[in-house]
Design a protein around this ligand. Structure first.
Ligand code: HEM
Length: 169
């Protein structure tokens, strides 16, 4: 058997069950859809609409929304980190070990992870209470545009990673 077929057979033997991969993938994509969908809604509809409110009304709305939304943001970040790392360590490292695409896969994965960390930073700042959160919220339109671009790049990278062997065949 040639070395690539051998390493693929070894990976098959060592890889945890596919059912677990499906559960992890559902959680990862659900968290990603929640996070990205919320940023689209905020950038396109909520943020521009805040202008119709008086200063006091805007502050009251933010005070009501932020504590509720903070729980969702922190849960989504934790889920994305845990499910993303589990997918990488349990499934992709064994699958790609010894294959010609391993280096490219690891490089693109690293880029996806860095972009995700770059999204988590403003996502966290925007839901902080106190002056640090207020400073971030004063620049919300800029942060939301940056986050939209980062989400687009992350989703493209996720899809490319999924089909990397076929794309590079
Ligand atoms: C803003 C945060 C994130 C978003 C929006 C996101 C989105 C996605 C999506 C949509 C997929 C599925 C792609 C597909 O199958 O077509 C995916 C896959 C994946 N993500 Fe994430 N993700 C995020 C954060 C992370 C983090 C933090 C990690 C690692 C710690 C990670 C690791 C992975 C891995 C390993 C895959 C599987 C790629 C493959 O099929 O080989 N992701 N991600």
């Amino acid at each position: 058997m040639d070395p690539i077929a051998l390493s693929l057979a070894a990976a098959d033997a060592a890889t945890p069950p596919a059912a677990l991969a499906v559960v992890i993938r559902i959680l990862h994509i659900a968290a990603a859809a929640t996070a990205a969908g919320a940023v689209v809604f905020k950038a396109v509809a909520l943020q521009p609409s805040l202008r119709v409110l008086e200063d006091g009304q805007r502050a009251a709305l933010r005070a009501a929304v932020i504590p509720r939304w903070r729980v969702v943001v922190f849960t989504a970040i934790a889920l994305l980190l845990v499910t993303g790392l589990l997918t990488f360590v349990l499934y992709r490292i064994p699958e790609y070990r010894g294959t010609p695409h391993a280096g490219l896969y690891h490089g693109l994965f690293g880029l996806k992870l860095l972009l995700a960390l770059a999204v988590f930073h403003p996502a966290t700042m925007l839901v902080l209470s106190g002056p640090a959160g207020d400073r971030a919220r004063a620049r919300a339109p800029m942060w939301l545009s940056i986050m939209l671009a980062e989400f687009a790049a992350i989703i493209i990278l996720g899809a490319v990673l999924r089909y990397l062997p076929q794309l590079t065949a």
